[in-house]
Design a protein. Structure first.
Length: 187
């Protein structure tokens, strides 16, 4: 079943949220509260059922996926949870999936950034061209109201493979994938 987004403003809101998330590395006190709360909160069955036991085949990179945005098409993409200061929404089942080639801060030994997944040392234009949005949708076509962070151990910088459908409101600048499967490759 293909899920359709019934709120046309959602991609614009996601794009705005991602633009705000592109701020430079800051002095933030990161805590495990969000991951801990996901571990102690009952996971919505729609989210739990998305996680796969076996890695899907024929995944393309995020950069490759962005080359031909065809709303409604099925796609399998591999990348890392990165490319924004906060790649997980606190309230909804959305995340930012960045191309594995995007240079995140932990790859630079001289960088002591507390949020290495934001790739703050990379030009914002490059970051924007190297990521897509992923959402787990409800039957109404809106993201499920629960964060993906911490579910099945999912956290920033994890490499994942996502299968799904390119959302009907996606554009070349703002690609949204309605996930039907997520495979966590690594942490």
């Amino acid at each position: 079943m293909k899920m359709k987004l019934k709120t046309p403003a959602l991609p614009a809101l996601l794009a705005g949220a991602f633009a705000l998330a592109l701020s430079a590395c800051g002095d933030r006190d990161e805590s495990a509260d969000s991951a801990d709360s996901a571990a102690t909160t009952e996971v919505d069955p729609r989210i739990e059922s998305i996680f796969l036991d076996e890695e899907p085949e024929d995944a393309v990179s995020v950069v490759e996926a962005r080359k031909e945005v065809r709303p409604g098409s099925e796609i399998t993409v591999v990348g890392r949870v990165a490319g924004a200061m906060e790649p997980f929404s606190e309230d909804y089942s959305t995340l930012v999936l960045a191309d594995k080639s995007l240079m995140t801060c932990e790859q630079n030994p001289d960088d002591a950034c507390e949020t290495p997944w934001d790739a703050c040392c990379v030009e914002p234009k490059t970051i924007a061209a190297s990521r897509v949005s992923v959402q787990v949708s409800s039957d109404e076509g809106r993201p499920v109201e629960q964060s993906l962070k911490g579910v099945n151990g999912l956290t920033e910088l994890d490499e994942i493979v996502v299968t799904g459908t390119v959302n009907e409101n996606s554009t070349a600048e703002n690609v949204v994938i309605d996930a039907t499967g997520i495979f966590r490759k690594s942490s």
